[in-house]
Design a protein around this ligand. Structure first.
Ligand code: C2O
Ligand code: CU
Ligand code: CU
Length: 469
């Protein structure tokens, strides 16, 4: 199957054309997203279509494209058999628009709608997904990419999105409905058996000799971490989680992308017409596989002059933390199997690990299991404008891509090593027994979620609140 730009544009065009609004600065762009059941051809010929849940009938959902500085009004209609909400992962939106049910809004009941409205302050690659019963709703297909274009985007021949997802399907290509299984919640999460690339099991992607591509990678899987190698190419990383970095080439290295994370790449297609190169996912070395093949079109095309390294993208307009004299906090992640978890508090009661497991709760942050959002005491309470250094300690043997809503944080160190260049994230993965130091400025008032983006971990307790007053 050919997964090219055309299918992406087709997926994205519906919503935007329907809005029918010409672009102008600070214009409000109106969109509708309906979440509901449909069928999708995930696995390809020879297999039946799969019953999925989707936005506007598409898996992944339509690409929401904006220009930096625009305003969005997005009416979400719930046609699912259960309550939902939409979270705009990575976008800095007012707290009431953040899409966390029972924290920032009431859940959207079946048959009802909710209008989200916010400004697009930051350029970059983001995504949207439900924040209610997340493991099942995202696991059945509800997720889509958001692209906010820079006012002066870098010159490239093509700007492509690779939305990576992972599904647990049975032999009839049906989604296994064992959502929230304790075996998944207490281990690595719901690992699937079928990886899709923009909503279908991919075969090859046609490229042209000499072109420069921007690739926007988004991992919307519940639990699978990707570790991509583009054989024969040296992509430059230009942004992580939508935030620019000093561009650096990934030579022979792996681009690691945990659930929730994004990575923007510039790739110069240095191959010759007719050549083929594999894109390998080798994050789990025992289970490495070819994700897709880059196939150079036979017709030669006048190659551009040898491309210089890409320039740094302009920074987004939010305030960097000031770590001198910042207060220090510590957040400890505990739980799961084989980690020596003894127990924690749930809704005000101290319970041992066994009693928690029996209630489907497997994880805690600073000794507190996420339960009823109304009763949760904040993990951190910060004054607006103050900077904080947060040490993250993974006292378990599992990977945890930890995600903060509402603000970007700087990575000061990971497992004791300072990153080679300044880097800001909304999601950072702690490996088994891993540690990190992060810093951010508490600029956005409200209650913000801080949680693991392995959705089975999130749903079984690995979530807390960061309060900015
Ligand atoms: Cu992408 Cu709280 O989530
Ligand atoms: Cu988020
Ligand atoms: Cu986790």
């Amino acid at each position: 199957m050919f997964i090219g730009r055309r299918s992406l544009i087709a997926a994205g065009a519906g919503a935007l054309v329907a809005a029918g609004l010409p672009h102008s600065f600070a214009a409000t762009r109106e969109l509708r997203l309906a979440a509901g059941p449909t069928r999708a051809k995930l696995v390809g010929d020879g297999h039946p279509a799969t019953d999925v849940w989707a936005y506007n009938g598409a898996v992944p959902g339509p690409v929401l494209r904006f220009r930096q500085g625009e305003r969005a009004r997005i009416v979400v209609e719930n046609r699912l058999p259960q309550p939902t909400s939409v979270h705009w992962h990575g976008l800095r939106v007012p707290n009431a628009m953040d899409g966390v049910p029972d924290l920032t809004q009431p859940p959207i009941a079946p048959g009802e709608s909710f209008a989200y409205e916010f400004d697009l302050h930051d350029a970059g690659t983001y995504w949207y997904h439900p924040h209610a019963n997340s493991a099942e709703q995202v696991g059945r297909g509800l997720a889509g990419a958001i692209v906010v274009e820079e006012s002066q985007p870098p010159a490239v021949d093509r700007d492509l999105l690779w939305v990576l997802d992972d599904w647990r399907l049975d032999r009839g290509a049906r989604i296994a409905d064992d959502f929230g299984h304790p075996r998944d919640a207490s281990h690595a999460g719901r690992m699937g058996n079928t990886v899709t690339f923009n909503g279908a099991v991919p075969d090859s992607l046609e490229v042209r000799a000499g072109e420069r591509m921007r690739l926007r990678l988004v991992n919307v899987a519940n639990a699978r971490i990707f570790g991509l190698r583009l054989e024969g190419h040296a992509p430059y990383v230009i942004a992580r989680d939508g935030q620019p970095v000093d561009p650096y080439p990934v030579r022979g290295g792996m681009i690691v992308l945990a659930p929730g994370e994004r990575c923007d790449l510039i790739v110069d297609m240095h191959g010759e017409p007719g050549e083929r190169f594999a894109v390998i996912d080798a994050f789990y070395p025992q289970a490495a596989y070819r994700l897709v093949e880059l196939v150079y079109a036979a017709s030669a095309r006048g190659a551009r002059a040898p491309a210089a390294p890409p320039a740094r993208l302009p920074d987004n307009p939010w305030k960097r933390p000031d770590t001198s004299g910042a207060r220090r906090e510590r957040i400890v992640i505990e739980g799961g199997m084989m980690g020596g978890f003894r127990g924690a508090r749930l809704d005000g009661r101290q319970l041992d690990a066994r009693a928690l497991f029996q209630q489907g709760k497997m994880w805690a942050l600073n000794g507190e299991v996420a339960g009823d959002h109304h009763q949760m005491a904040p993990l951190l309470t910060l004054r607006r404008g103050e900077s904080v250094v947060v040490e993250l300690v993974n006292d378990s043997v599992w990977n945890h891509p930890m995600h903060l809503h509402g603000m970007f944080f700087e990575v000061l160190s990971l497992d004791g090593v300072a990153p080679p260049r300044r880097e800001f994230r909304d999601t950072l993965t702690l490996g088994p027994r891993g540690r990190a130091e992060t810093a951010f400025r508490a600029d956005a008032p409200g209650d913000w979620m801080f949680h693991c983006h392995v959705l089975e971990h999130q749903d079984s307790g690995l979530m807390g609140i960061v309060r900015v007053t």
